[in-house]
Design a protein around this ligand. Structure first.
Ligand code: GRG
Length: 286
């Protein structure tokens, strides 16, 4: 399912940026958007159209906007002032290819572009569309992803407690993943109770995803380097693996996935496709 969605999203992204005039900022935006990646957030949004028995085309612009926001955050996260990474998705980071100034601007422009798409397509359609667009914007900003990134920065200079780590990942990773589920639900007319359940599911999925990411980061890097140094050890950030070790982290990720399935069971809709996706994410190897 994820593969099928990824093909649709990759095609839509390629098409979107091919249709923009040829210039340096569009080139830098398209470079990062076309680097690949799992396309998890847009895939979740498309899945929601299926759950509400609506045409996935309805949600494709929202899916694109979510991936633009995600990509902007990765470009900025890779900058020398943040994680200072040379590689992203196995290819040179934006600032390595285009220089720091253009990388900052490409990230900024992707965030603007996401808002343009959300406002033009959804806010223009009425209150439900506007509420969905606002939910995404809030989840990415100072009440969500950016807040989480600030917490993360603080944890570079002092070791985070378990509660702080949970809060950081809920904001940094969980809020945008949850928005990819909740915003389509809002747009398709979910009532507040159902919306809250999808939000709880999304945050729990984000948690499972983040713990799994910490595990993969540690094990994949150790495999590549032939020694046990993970990326987040390099940047000094606290990870689940560092706090609990690999085995306990794996158990926590499994538990979070089971809790995801429990939340879905309380939603009176056919959500099997989301349950399958949560299980697939637990088995991922990258
Ligand atoms: C700079 C505002 C700002 C925010 C940065 C998302 C983020 C916040 C930083 C990226 C660093 C990181 C490891 C975050 C944890 C969330 C996460 C696992 C991001 C990577 O998402 P994937 O795995 O990436 O979906 P792909 O490449 O598959 O799209």
């Amino acid at each position: 399912m994820l593969k099928e969605m990824k093909t649709i999203i990759d095609g839509a992204i390629l098409n979107y940026f091919q249709n923009l005039p040829d210039n340096r900022i569009h080139e830098a935006m398209a470079y990062s958007m076309n680097l690949g990646g799992k396309r998890l957030r847009p895939a979740l949004a498309l899945v929601m159209a299926k759950i509400y028995d609506e045409d996935p085309e309805e949600i494709l612009p929202m899916a694109l906007a979510l991936e633009m926001i995600h990509t902007y955050s990765l470009i900025h996260d890779d900058l020398p002032a943040m994680d200072n990474d040379d590689l992203r998705r196995g290819k040179p980071t934006s600032h390595k290819v285009f220089g720091e100034a253009l990388a900052i601007l490409a990230g900024d422009a992707l965030l603007n572009e996401a808002m343009n798409v959300l406002l033009e397509t959804y806010a223009a359609k009425g209150p439900r569309g506007a509420a969905a667009a606002l939910h995404i914007s809030r989840s990415a900003g100072r009440e969500g992803m950016i807040l989480g990134q600030v917490m993360d920065l603080e944890h570079e200079t002092r070791r985070a407690s378990y509660e702080e780590l949970m809060a950081c990942h809920r904001e940094k990773t969980g809020k945008l993943i949850a928005a990819a589920i909740t915003a389509p639900a809002i747009y398709f007319g979910a009532d507040p109770e159902e919306t809250a359940k999808f939000q709880a599911f999304g945050l729990k999925l984000g948690l499972a995803f983040q713990i799994q990411d910490d595990i993969l980061d540690k094990t994949a890097t150790a495999e590549v380097l032939g020694k046990s140094i993970g990326k987040d050890e390099k940047s000094g950030k606290t990870t689940y693996v560092e706090l609990f070790g690999i085995e306990k982290s794996k158990e926590m990720a499994r538990e979070a996935t089971l809790e995801c399935l429990d939340i879905l069971a309380g939603i009176p809709r056919d959500t099997q496709i989301l349950a399958d996706l949560a299980k697939t994410l637990m088995e991922r190897s990258y």
